[in-house]
Ligand binder design. Structure first.
Ligand code: NAD
Length: 494
C-alpha cells in the first residue's frame, strides 16, 4: 500500500506543487500505525521554501495595498468554509494526531474564533493621531504590514495553532508560508483545499512540508521578515536565536510543566473533574495540560477523588465513541514517556496508577498509555522539571499556598499556573504572585480566548508579542510615525 502512495504535495503560488525533495517521512495514525501519507522531508525542501518565498513576495506587493476592510472578506469566507467541513476535518485530526473526536471538534472551534477576532482588524489596526504637537504640526502613527511571514507549527494542534497567526497576518496585509508538523500534515492540507477557493492573490498563503531543513531555510531566507513558531523549548530557543540573529521578528512558544494547586476549601467534585480533564485531555499532549498537581493540607480526600476519576477514564481510539483519551503521537513518544515514569519512580515517587504497557483491544499496536499518577515525586529530582507531554500526573503535597507559589516560581517554565479554591483572597494572592503567563482560578486549562494573547513566560516563550488578539496585530505590523507641518500662511494662496 505504502509503495503506491503518492508523496504529499506542497501548495505554492496558488497551485498544488510537487516537492523538489525525493526524501519522505511517513505520516502515521498513532492508534493503528496505518501509514496515511508520505510527507516531503530533507534537503530538497529548502528549494520548496525558496519557491514559496518568491511567490509570497509578489503576492505581498499586491495585498499590502488592498484596503483592510477588503482584506478581511476572504477570512469571513474561510470561516464559513471551515464550518461546512468541521466534521470531516475533525476526523482527519483524530486520525493523524490521536485525540478524541470531541477534542478535535474543540480545536476547530478555537481556530475559527481566531478568524472572528482577526476580522476586527479594521478597528484593531487603527492608530494614534495628535493634532498640533507643535504650532502647525500634526503627528500620527500608521501600522503597515511587515511583508512575507512564516508559521512553523507543532503536532499537537494540527488545525488550531496556525490560526493564532494566519488570520491576523493576512488581515494586516502580509503573506504567509505555513510549515506544518511533518507528523500531522494532512489537516493543514485539507484546510488548504479551502484556502484554494478564496479570492486572494496566488502565493499569498503557501504550505510547504518538511522538518529541520525547511525550518532552517525559513530562518535564513532574507525575504522572510517575521516567524511565528510553536513547539518544544529547545527548538523554540533555537528558532528565536537564529531568526533574530538574521534580523527577523520572532515569536517562539516553547514547552511547559504546568502546575495546579488545590486548596482544602476547593469544591472537590468539581475540581477533580476539571483537573483530570486538564492532565489527561489530549493524552496530556497540550501545552496547557496540567502536569504537577499540588495539594495543600489534603486530608486524603482530594487524592482519593483524583485517583478514582483517573482510574475510570476510558483509553481508546479517538474515533470510537467511548474513548475519553487517545494514544500519544509516536511509538518513540510512548517509550520516552514510559522511561520518564520509570525515572520518577527511581527518584522516589510511588506509582498510584501506572499506565505503561496499555493494550487496547482491536488497537494492539497503538501508542497507548493509560492515565498515570506518580505520588510524592521528588522536588529535587529531574522529573519534576522535565516536560513529559503525556498522560502523567505528578502529585505532590504541601502545607501552605505560599510554599506552592514558591515551588511554582522556581520552575524554568511559565506557560500556565492554576489554583482551585473558594477563597477570593487566596485567588487574588495567587494570580498576583505566580510567575506564569496564563493563570486559571478554578480553571484547568487556562487557554486564553482569541481576543487575549497566548501569554507564555520564561522558557515557555521567547519574544515580546504573543499570538492572538491585539498582540498578533502588533506583531504583524510595523509602526511608522509621521510628523507633518502645514503652516497656516500656506493656505492664503487659495
Ligand atoms: P517540536 O519542537 O519537535 O516541533 C515543532 C516544529 O519544529 C515542527 O514543525 C518541526 O518540524 C520543527 N522542528 C523540530 N525539530 C527541529 C529542529 N531541530 N530544528 C528546526 N525545526 C525543528 O514540537 P512538537 O513535538 O511538534 O510539539 C510538542 C511541543 O510543543 C511540546 O513541547 C509542547 O509543550 C509545545 N507546544 C507549546 C505550545 C505553546 O503555546 N507554548 C503550544 C503547543 C505545543
Amino acid at each position: 500500500m505504502k509503495d503506491i502512495m503518492e508523496k504529499l504535495k506542497n501548495y505554492i503560488n496558488g497551485k498544488w506543487t510537487e516537492s523538489k525533495s525525493a526524501e519522505t517521512i511517513d505520516v502515521v495514525n498513532p492508534a493503528t500505525q496505518e501509514v496515511m501519507g508520505l510527507a516531503p522531508y530533507g534537503e530538497g525542501t529548502t528549494d520548496d521554501i525558496k519557491q514559496a518565498v518568491t511567490a509570497a513576495t509578489t503576492a505581498f506587493k499586491a495585498w499590502r495595498d488592498v484596503p483592510v476592510m477588503k482584506r478581511v472578506q476572504p477570512l469571513y469566507q474561510l470561516k464559513s468554509l471551515l464550518e461546512d467541513i468541521q466534521e470531516e476535518l475533525a476526523v482527519i485530526i483524530t486520525k493523524e494526531c490521536g485525540k478524541t473526536l470531541a477534542e478535535s471538534r474543540g480545536e476547530i472551534l478555537r481556530a475559527i474564533e481566531n478568524i472572528e477576532v482577526a476580522c476586527g482588524a479594521p478597528m484593531l489596526i487603527q492608530s494614534e493621531f495628535s493634532e498640533n504637537v507643535a504650532s502647525g504640526m500634526d503627528e500620527f502613527m500608521i501600522r503597515q504590514p511587515v511583508g512575507v511571514t512564516a508559521c512553523i507549527a507543532p503536532f499537537n494542534f494540527p488545525a488550531m495553532i496556525s490560526f493564532w497567526f494566519l488570520p491576523y497576518a493576512l488581515a494586516c496585509g502580509n503573506s504567509m508560508i505555513i510549515k506544518p508538523s511533518e507528523k500531522v500534515p494532512l489537516t493543514m492540507m485539507k484546510i488548504f483545499e479551502l484556502i484554494d477557493r478564496l479570492d486572494i492573490p496566488d502565493g499569498l498563503v503557501s504550505l510547504v512540508h518538511g522538518g529541520k531543513e525547511s525550518v532552517d531555510a525559513i530562518l535564513d531566507h532574507p525575504d522572510i521578515k517575521a516567524i511565528s513558531f510553536v513547539g518544544s523549548t529547545n527548538v523554540a530557543r533555537y528558532i528565536y536565536s537564529r531568526g533574530t540573529a538574521n534580523g527577523k521578528r520572532v515569536q517562539a512558544n516553547g514547552g511547559a510543566k504546568n502546575p495546579i494547586v488545590i486548596l482544602p476549601d476547593a469544591d472537590i467534585e468539581m475540581s477533580t473533574q476539571i483537573i483530570n480533564d486538564s492532565v489527561y485531555g489530549c493524552a496530556g499532549q497540550r501545552c496547557l495540560a496540567a502536569s504537577v498537581v499540588v495539594t495543600v493540607d489534603d486530608q486524603g480526600d482530594i487524592k482519593e477523588s483524583l485517583y478514582e476519576s483517573a482510574r475510570s477514564r476510558t483509553t481508546g481510539y479517538g474515533l470510537v465513541k467511548e474513548a475519553e483519551m487517545g494514544p500519544v503521537i509516536t511509538t518513540e513518544s510512548s517509550h520516552r514517556i514510559a522511561q520518564l515514569i520509570q525515572m520518577g519512580i527511581d527518584e522516589g515517587a510511588t506509582p498510584l496508577l501506572d499506565g505503561r504497557n496499555a493494550v487496547i483491544e482491536g488497537y494492539e499496536t497503538g501508542n497507548f498509555i493509560r492515565p498515570t499518577i506518580l505520588e510524592n515525586v521528588s522536588l529535587t529530582g529531574e522529573l519534576i522539571n522535565t516536560e513529559i507531554f503525556g498522560p502523567v500526573m505528578s502529585l505532590v503535597h504541601m502545607k501552605t499556598v505560599d510554599e506552592a507559589i514558591e515551588f511554582i516560581n522556581k520552575s524554568a517554565y511559565g506557560n500556565m499556573a492554576c489554583l482551585f479554591t473558594s477563597s477570593g483572597a487566596s485567588a487574588r494572592k495567587f494570580r498576583n504572585q505566580v510567575n506564569a503567563g496564563n493563570v486559571g482560578i478554578n480553571i484547568g486549562v487556562a487557554a486564553p480566548m482569541a481576543q487575549f494573547p497566548f501569554s507564555g513566560w520564561k522558557d515557555s516563550f521567547f519574544g515580546d508579542l504573543h499570538g492572538q488578539g491585539r498582540h498578533a496585530i502588533e506583531f504583524f505590523t510595523q509602526t511608522k510615525v509621521v510628523i507633518e507641518r502645514w503652516p497656516k500662511d500656506w493656505s492664503r494662496k487659495f
